[in-house]
Design a binder for this molecule. Structure first.
Ligand SMILES: *Cc1c(COP(=O)(O)O)cnc(C)c1O
Length: 414
């Protein structure tokens, strides 16, 4: 029963890649990414100027940003290197959202220089931005509804979250901006992560639309855009179902018709910053079984470890595993699937039922396309892996080489 998720490449493809590039490595499926991006956009094609700013942190590779740019997406950045990457890919300023927090001055300077849309995380950053980089023509605030809203498991309750303005600060902040001569305004929120409940996003849209009306009534500001952030989840487990994007789109449209249009705020641009739902299902971590060990439990030791994919160790997340060539064999053997870190939580799966494994078997770890490679690290001297793009004509293009020991030593004095 472990074979419900399909792998879009074959063992022969892997064998070809491993002639020159050892496992582990990531593979991203370009065609699937494009089709998904189009589906996503279509769900919001009713909205005036809908745009998803892909959260660069999810999959920070220019080849990926390039594909998404071609599909009409922007980039959501939160650091200087991410801004530089978005700029290098050739995205114009209004296609770059800068949603950061605890932000250094030079990052605001860079964001201003490339005319990215700046989304402030705190009321004190109005002055900080003005002093260090000057105020832009358009400014966005990140709203944290605090006790007015329940968050979800991954991100926690809004009240406990470090992000955003309180409700009072929001009104105060816009007033300050008005006095300083700012003319164009946006409103952002993001209070969920990996959320599979479609109604949650419709509820968030309603909250923001109501707020937009209140901002207009109290301050006379007609917001230019609202940004619902990211956080749409993906079905990591085979029995979970994807978020029905058409349902979310229609639900938000109904709220738009109910709140925005009758209050004279139409057109207002709808923005999002989804990362996971755009890339997650279309990236695969490919790894091989290095050892089998039988002690108090049965272990399959891989050549990948949590330095390549941290989510299972960090959040206890489920990632489905396919054993290449054994898709149709019964999953009647129980394993803890581990990496080699000197950390007992370095496990991709605990008590996972799999087909009987052999040394050298290729394992594909699913749904690793977002917050996978990106969260990698060098603990225990582990080197980051290569990334490959499987193109529409089924070629495997290296879009990032693997780190070498020289890379690892490059910052040290020997
Ligand atoms: C992480 C993040 C996102 C993307 O979240 P996903 O869960 O990948 O959709 C979007 N916006 C901000 C501000 C974020 O921090």
């Amino acid at each position: 029963m472990s074979c419900e998720k399909k792998v879009p490449f074959t063992q022969a493809d892997i064998d070809k890649i491993t002639q020159n590039n050892p496992t582990p490595f990531y593979i991203y499926d370009e065609q699937a990414i494009r089709e998904n991006a189009r589906r996503f956009k279509k769900a919001f094609d009713w909205a005036p100027m809908f745009r998803n700013y892909f959260a660069v942190k999810a999959t920070p590779n220019p080849a990926i940003l390039e594909i998404l740019k071609e599909e009409g997406f922007g980039a959501d950045c939160s650091s200087l290197p991410e801004l530089l990457m978005a700029q290098k890919v050739g995205l114009p300023g209004d296609y770059i959202m800068f949603t950061s927090n605890d932000t250094p001055a030079e990052e605001y300077k860079k964001a201003r220089e490339i005319e990215a849309i700046i989304n402030l995380d705190d009321i004190s950053h109005i002055d900080f931005l003005e002093k260090n980089a000057g105020l832009p023509e358009i400014v966005c605030f990140r709203y944290n509804p605090g006790p007015l809203r329940k968050g979800n498991v991954l991100i926690g309750n809004p009240e406990e979250a470090k992000y955003g303005f309180t409700r009072d600060q929001l009104f105060e902040g816009y007033k300050i901006l008005l006095e300083k001569g700012v003319k164009r305004f946006g409103l952002h929120t993001m209070i969920a992560s990996n959320e599979l409940n479609a109604d949650y996003f419709i509820e968030t849209a309603k909250m923001i639309f109501e707020l937009a009306v209140e901002i207009k009534n109290k301050l006379g500001i007609a917001l230019e855009f609202v940004n619902f952030g990211g956080g749409i989840g993906i079905p990591y487990k085979p029995e979970q179902t994807p978020v029905d994007l058409e349902y979310v789109g229609k639900g938000i449209q109904a709220k738009y018709n109910e709140y925005i249009i009758p209050n004279g705020l139409d057109p207002i641009r709808i923005y999002m910053e989804c990362g996971r739902v755009i890339l997650g299902p279309y990236g695969y971590l490919v790894t091989k079984v290095l050892h089998e060990k039988n002690t108090y439990k049965r272990y399959a030791g891989l050549d990948a470890c949590m330095a390549n994919l941290m989510r299972p160790a960090l959040y206890g997340s489920y990632h489905h595993i396919t054993v290449m060539g054994k898709e149709n064999q019964p999953c009647d053997e129980k394993y803890d699937v581990t990496g080699s870190l000197c950390e007992n939580n370095d496990k991709f799966a605990i008590d996972r039922m799999l087909p009987k494994l052999d040394i050298g078997d290729t394992l594909v770890i699913h749904d690793s396309g977002a917050h996978g490679y990106a969260m990698g690290f060098n603990y225990n001297g582990k080197l980051r892996s290569a990334e490959f793009l499987m193109t529409a004509n089924h070629e495997f293009k290296m879009i990032r080489r693997a780190e070498t020991i020289d890379d690892y030593f490059a910052t040290l004095n020997f």
